[in-house]
Design a protein around this ligand. Structure first.
Ligand SMILES: *[C@@H]1O[C@H](CO)[C@@H](O)[C@H](O)[C@H]1NC(C)=O
Ligand SMILES: *[C@@H]1O[C@H](CO)[C@@H](O)[C@H](O)[C@H]1NC(C)=O
Ligand SMILES: *[C@@H]1O[C@H](CO)[C@@H](O)[C@H](O)[C@H]1NC(C)=O
Length: 358
């Protein structure tokens, strides 16, 4: 899934923090602003408090470490704690701003060369902000969006990306098999445990589609010949891999990211972010457990269409009836060269990462 639309909306708190920051930078109109009686300030604090009570565990740990807050266990000190934590955030934001400047110039320079640049600075900035808050020692707890930020995927997807060659696909699959072997050595399967990751079938399939660059959508797939309504267009194969454990998928991403490349110490955002967005969650059987699925072949480049405003109509659907059985059929006649699009929501659970512990 070369998904450009699954973009993350920053929590509102971020904007409150930014406005708090701006309040500090812009000289006040009156000589002295007494923030205590300010309704907006009160509201921001309430929001901040809500946020901090939801994330209190990790924030307390980091605040203790930096010595920025004295925490008592009774509720009264909570507001105090929240304001200390917000101060802390503001300091981080200042830092972040200075770090972002060079990045923004780089993006602007690249921008001038692009004809129709669809660059969202906000996502990149927000991601850098999240990344600045992550503790690398806690990598095994990162959520889906924290992983997205840690690997700098928003910045990665600003670039236009080449279509992977067959060698690249093969290398990825080989590396996956190596990873599974290593993972089983690290943590052998006990009797009765089902595999944490496996290949879907031993069969291959040659789909009637080919990859191409699809304008602002990035890479996509188009029909390699005329396709009739009802025809099978794509199915899961021995290039389709399944993860039954969210953490094993997370480990795979880190393994890819830190894999030794041609250049030493080169972290591989490009591959890691690809694999991250090519992965989706679905149920293997109705009512069955959720698994993470991805195709390590051209199938991953299929873009999304929806019968909604602002989208192109889908022309392919997963499954014949209501159940997506890893087989995709044409829902209308498709002419050679037309882009293949399907509505991910029919089979993928786009917001289920938490359910996989991610
Ligand atoms: C694929 O697996 C099935 C059963 O699991 C087996 O019968 C078949 O021979 C296998 N095919 C190949 C090409 O290995
Ligand atoms: C997938 O199956 C095909 C046909 O059986 C075989 O030629 C190919 O080597 C298999 N690929 C992998 C990665 O197992
Ligand atoms: C990807 O598409 C190219 C061009 O059609 C084709 O040559 C290649 O076999 C495909 N590879 C995979 C792994 O899907």
């Amino acid at each position: 899934m070369d998904n450009k639309h699954q973009s993350y909306r920053p929590p509102r708190l971020f904007f409150y923090l930014v406005s708090l920051l701006l309040l500090q930078l812009v000289p006040p109109a009156t000589p002295k602003v007494t923030t205590h009686n300010d309704d907006a300030y009160e509201f921001k604090m309430q929001e901040a408090l809500k946020y901090y009570s939801e994330n209190v565990e990790s924030i307390m740990t980091s605040s203790h470490e930096t010595g920025s807050a004295q925490i008592e266990t009774d509720g009264e000190t909570q507001l105090e704690f929240a304001s200390a934590a917000v101060d802390n955030e503001l300091r981080r934001l200042h830092l972040l701003q200075s770090r972002l400047m060079p990045l923004r110039y780089a993006i602007d320079a690249e921008d001038e060369e692009e004809e129709e640049a669809q660059i969202d600075y906000g996502d990149v900035e927000h991601e850098a902000y999240i990344k600045s808050m992550l503790d690398p020692d806690e990598w095994y707890r990162y959520s889906y969006w924290e992983l997205h930020a840690y690997f700098s995927c928003a910045a990665e997807f600003i670039k236009s990306k080449p279509i992977p060659t067959n060698e690249r696909w093969r290398d990825l699959r080989d590396y996956y098999h190596e990873f599974v072997k290593q993972d089983l050595e690290d943590w052998p399967l006990q009797e009765g445990m089902s595999p944490r990751s496996y290949v879907w079938t031993n069969e291959s399939y040659d789909p009637p589609m080919e990859p191409f660059q699809s304008g602002y959508k990035g890479r996509g797939l188009k029909a390699a010949r005329d396709i009739k309504e009802g025809e099978l267009v794509f199915k899961a194969t021995n290039n389709t891999i399944i993860f039954t454990h969210g953490h094993t998928w997370r480990k795979f991403l880190f393994a890819l990211y830190e894999r030794e490349g041609e250049e030493e110490d080169q972290l591989d955002s490009e591959t890691t972010c690809d694999v991250l967005v090519w992965s989706w969650i679905q149920r293997l059987v109705p009512g069955g457990p959720l698994v993470i699925v991805m195709d390590l072949d051209n199938g991953s480049l299929m873009n999304e269409g929806r019968e909604d405003e602002g989208w192109e109509d889908p022309n392919v659907k997963c499954g014949k009836d209501n159940w997506c059985d890893f087989e995709y059929y044409a829902i209308k006649d498709i002419k050679k060269g037309e882009e293949i699009l399907c509505d991910y929501r029919e089979f993928a659970m786009l917001n289920a990462w938490k359910n996989m512990g991610l």
